[in-house]
Design a protein around this ligand. Structure first.
Ligand SMILES: [Zn+2]
Length: 235
C-alpha cells in the first residue's frame, strides 16, 4: 500500500506551469493602447479585451466608477485571474500525464490524500475549496504520484460542480491506468453558500465516486474510508 500526503501550498506538490502567459500584462485595453501585439494570437487579444470590457460593465453595475484610481487596472487583473483559474480548459489528460505511466506489477492500493483543491462553481463563479483524496488499485500499471494531483488541478481549474469534478477525476484515472478500481472523495466548502445564499460558514460538502472494486467490494471501500478519515480544516 502506498499513501502519500500532499502538502503543497498551491493545491498540490506540483509546481505550477504558467500555461496562460501574462496576457493582461501583454495586452493593454484598446482604450489605453492600440498597438497590436504580434506575440499573441489575435483571437486571444480580442477575447481578453471582451473580458476586460465585461468586468468594467460589472463594476458599473454595482455602482462603482471604473475610472477611479484604485479600479483602473482591475478589469485587466480580473480577466487575467479568470484566465488562470480556468486554465484547465486548455489542458488535456495526455498533456499532464506525459507518458508517466509505469508497469510496476504493483497491485496494492495507492492513495494520495489531502490534495488541496481550488475551483469555481459554475452557478455563481465563486470559489469552492477543499481536499481531494484519490485512490486506485493498480492492474500492473501505476502513474507518477504527482500526476494524480495534476489531474485534480486540471479539472478544478474549470467551472465546476463538485459532483462532476469528483466523477471526472475518477474517470480520468480509470482511463489512463485501467486499474482494478478507483475511489475519489472530495470535501469542499463553497463560498456561494458561505458568503451568500444560506450563509453557513463551516458547512462543507462531501462527494465520492467509486469505480470497479471500490464500488463492488465493501471491504475495499471501508479500507479506503478508514485511510482518509480525518478532521477537515479548510482555513
Ligand atoms: Zn455556487
Amino acid at each position: 500500500m502506498t499513501i502519500v500526503r500532499s502538502n503543497g501550498s498551491n493545491g498540490s506538490n506540483v509546481s505550477q506551469s504558467p500555461l496562460i502567459p501574462d496576457l493582461a500584462d501583454v495586452i493593454k485595453s484598446k482604450k489605453e493602447q492600440n498597438i497590436p501585439k504580434p506575440d499573441l494570437p489575435e483571437e486571444s487579444q480580442e477575447q481578453m479585451e471582451r473580458m476586460t470590457d465585461a468586468v468594467r460593465t460589472l463594476l458599473e453595475g454595482v455602482g462603482e466608477d471604473p475610472e477611479r484610481e484604485g479600479l483602473l487596472k482591475t478589469p485587466q487583473r480580473v480577466a487575467k485571474a479568470m484566465q488562470f483559474l480556468t486554465s484547465g480548459y486548455k489542458q488535456s489528460l495526455e498533456d499532464i500525464i506525459n507518458g508517466a505511466i509505469f508497469d510496476e506489477g504493483h497491485d496494492e492500493m495507492v492513495l494520495v490524500r489531502d490534495i488541496n483543491l481550488f475551483s469555481l462553481c459554475e452557478h455563481h463563479m465563486l470559489p469552492f475549496m477543499g481536499k481531494a483524496h484519490v485512490a486506485y488499485i493498480p492492474n500492473q500499471k501505476v502513474v507518477g504520484l504527482s500526476k494524480l494531483a495534476r489531474i485534480v488541478e486540471m479539472y478544478s481549474r474549470r467551472l465546476q460542480v463538485q459532483e462532476r469534478l469528483t466523477r471526472q477525476v475518477a474517470e480520468a484515472v480509470q482511463e489512463i491506468l485501467e486499474p482494478k478500481g478507483v475511489a475519489v472523495v472530495i470535501e469542499a466548502t463553497h463560498m456561494c453558500m458561505v458568503m451568500r445564499g444560506v450563509q453557513k460558514p463551516g458547512s462543507w460538502t462531501v462527494t465520492s465516486a467509486m469505480v470497479g472494486v471500490f464500488e463492488q467490494e465493501q471491504k475495499t471501500r471501508e479500507e479506503f474510508f478508514n485511510l482518509i478519515r480525518h478532521q477537515p480544516a479548510f482555513f
